[in-house]
Design a protein around this ligand. Structure first.
Ligand code: OSB
Ligand code: MG
Length: 369
């Protein structure tokens, strides 16, 4: 296929309710959408960078800059046979993983449309339904969080993840266990702690959590190994794993027992597949994380989560967990059994609704040959 044009947009979509983590609070979903035109078809991808460099170092501004100045000039006019050829084209461009992931996703969508196959199949996925949970932010009061959890359990979500930070951790988990008993529960610290907080993690260890996500600094596999050695609860790494080789090293060092795969954080689907395989070879389970993606990014994540080593409930919720109105049709819905069905239509498997994308677009540019 030959790339003829690329449309880049920054969009802003109001979230149904604010999402607060140890690093900040989001009320509006801001990201870049990529649309690539080739051979009479077009494919969509999402670069889930945010307004500020708080989850990782990227922002919509850096992603736009790197795409416009360095990546798009190489992709325009480029001929490819398979989307897995893309990483080599940008190998020398350091990092900027979300920017790269947006392009790679659009190439997979194009390729799958041309082949008339669903994305999950092109990726080698097996599962047709994904068991999913919901990720809930920090609230003003514990009672408010408990009522949110109650609502999502009633809808059928099979696992609850709550964000923690110093001062919002052991007491919160204790209250959740007291109210809801032995539900599947996990916590995510987004790097808010240090080894000096070991007593907090020892206290959390008593609550049978599925896992503790990214407790320490994202660049510190050594301290995570020291912490993991003291805990029976598995540590799961998110921010620390930005390259498939990071997964190998973290496993070898004993820094974690579970890995969260976000294809955007890893630089695209090819890197995500490699990470999945590295973990599978070592019998380390993975699960699919999210970045509050729009329907475009979520469709990609759903397809990826159908691979066999995704063994824990995903941070993939229905469209109505995030938005009043998603940009895809049909919206992502939750089955009564707490799963999301993997679509079988070619490509992403959902229709992108152009009028809605247009409505939420705050910046747009088309690049042509
Ligand atoms: O750390 O997993 C995280 C959202 C934004 C930034 C970081 C994270 C998250 C989530 C959301 O937990 C998961 C979802 O998309 O539902
Ligand atoms: Mg996380």
């Amino acid at each position: 296929m030959r790339v003829e044009a690329i449309e880049l947009r920054q969009i802003a979509m109001p979230l149904l309710f604010p999402f607060e983590t140890s690093f900040g609070r989001e009320e509006v979903k801001i990201c870049l959408l990529v649309r690539i035109y080739a051979d009479g078809l077009s494919g969509w991808g999402e670069a889930p960078a945010s307004a500020a460099p708080l989850y990782n170092e990227e922002t919509v501004g850096t992603a736009w800059h790197v795409l416009e100045s360095f990546i798009i000039p190489r992709v325009l006019g480029w001929t490819f046979h398979h989307p897995s050829e893309f990483p080599a084209l940008v190998k020398d461009i350091r990092r900027h993983h979300m920017a790269k992931a947006g392009i790679e996703a659009a190439l997979w969508d194009l390729f799958c449309q041309a082949e008339s196959i669903p994305l999950y199949q092109a990726l080698g996925g097996e599962r047709r339904r994904i068991v999913v949970g919901v990720s809930l932010g920090i609230e003003e009061t514990v009672d408010k969080l408990l009522s949110r959890i109650e609502g999502f359990l009633a809808r059928g979500y099979r696992r609850i993840k709550v964000k923690i930070k110093p001062g919002w951790d052991v007491e919160v988990v204790k209250a959740i266990r007291r109210t809801f008993g032995e539900i599947l529960l996990q916590v995510d610290a987004n790097s808010a702690y240090t080894l000096e907080d070991i007593p907090i993690f020892e206290a959390l260890d008593a609550f049978h959590l599925l896992l503790i996500e990214q407790p320490l600094a994202e660049d510190d596999l050594v301290d995570h190994a020291k912490l993991q050695a003291k805990l029976s609860t598995p540590i799961c790494l998110d921010e620390s794993i930005v390259h498939p080789e990071d997964a190998r090293k973290a496993i070898e060092l004993g820094s974690c027992r579970v890995i969260n795969i976000k294809q955007a954080r890893l630089g695209g689907l090819s890197a995500a597949l490699r990470t999945h395989d590295i973990c599978q070879e070592r019998n380390v389970p993975v699960w699919c994380g999210g970045l509050l993606e729009t329907g475009v990014g979520r469709a990609v994540n759903i397809a990826l989560a159908s691979l066999s080593n995704f063994r824990l409930p995903a941070d993939l919720s229905a469209s109505d967990r995030y938005f009043q109105e998603d940009i895809i049709e049909p919206p992502v819905t939750l089955n009564p059994d707490g799963t999301i069905t993997v679509p079988t239509a070619p490509g992403l498997g959902f229709q992108v609704v152009e009028e809605r994308v247009e409505k939420y677009t705050v910046r747009k540019q088309v690049f042509r040959l």
